[in-house]
Write a new protein. Structure first.
Length: 254
């Protein structure tokens, strides 16, 4: 996958996400909510055609690359949602929908974010079922569940703590270099933030964060997370070294 990964950049702004809590009565988790999401996407496509917008002129990938423009991001969601609705066995649109929904979960208007993340979880889990030996579905399942947990309370994190770790461990088994070691990076953050009584471990956190640097030694995100971990352990000299790397490293998405 060539597109950059917002999870590490956006966590939000150097924080990771863990877990998702779903309730049948909550917006975005019921079949009717899913139907409303699809309906809105189809309406957007229809509106685009009425106004002469070239809905099919740009691919979802090119729209994702322009996701800072919220109009492009919404078009990508609409196109991918329609693709998945047409063919429920389509792997590529499923994980790509999860990826853009993850991004929308941090950048859409506040009232819309939870629904985007919940839609992303569904799409990622579908992708993981369709292609269990590919890393994309597993990775974006962990990312979207994590975003929900970080933003929607302790119950969310507790319920999905284990599934997130398991999905990231699957990515490590399938392709540890995926997106420049992003699974190691996310697991490092996971073990740093989860309380020790619930499985957190500074030792494991440092090991995973350093492992992620094998794939991108200039990763400002990994080094920032590592510096934060070292500061928490009162290893100030070691943390200073990592922060110097952050300051002088080339600009990077990862």
């Amino acid at each position: 996958m060539s597109a950059p990964y917002p999870l590490v950049r956006n966590f939000i702004a150097f924080s990771t996400r863990f877990g998702v809590f779903t309730s049948p009565s909550r917006s975005g988790s019921s079949p009717s909510a899913a139907s409303r999401f699809l309906t809105r996407s189809c309406i957007l496509l229809f509106y685009m055609s009425l106004h002469g917008w070239p809905a099919q002129a740009q691919s979802p990938e090119s729209l994702y690359a322009d996701r800072e423009n919220l109009v492009s991001a919404r078009q990508a969601v609409a196109l991918l949602t329609a693709d998945v609705a047409r063919d429920g066995s389509a792997f590529e649109p499923s994980w790509q929908l999860a990826r853009i929904c993850y991004w929308m979960g941090a950048h859409a208007p506040e009232a819309e974010r939870r629904a985007f993340l919940e839609r992303g979880v569904v799409a990622a889990q579908s992708a993981a079922r369709l292609a269990p030996n590919r890393p994309e579905g597993h990775f974006w399942a962990a990312a979207t569940m994590g975003a929900l947990a970080e933003n929607y309370g302790m119950r969310v994190g507790l319920r999905y703590r284990k599934p997130i770790r398991e999905e990231l461990e699957i990515v490590l088994r399938l392709d540890p270099a995926f997106m420049q070691g992003s699974a190691d990076r996310a697991l490092g953050r996971y073990y740093a933030k989860v309380p020790s009584l619930l499985g957190g471990s500074r030792e494991k956190a440092e090991r995973h964060l350093r492992a992620s640097l094998r794939y991108n030694p200039d990763s400002t995100i990994s080094r920032f997370f590592l510096a934060e971990l070292l500061l928490d352990a009162n290893r100030k000299a070691d943390a200073r070294v990592e922060l110097q790397h952050v300051i002088y490293a080339p600009l990077s998405e990862l």
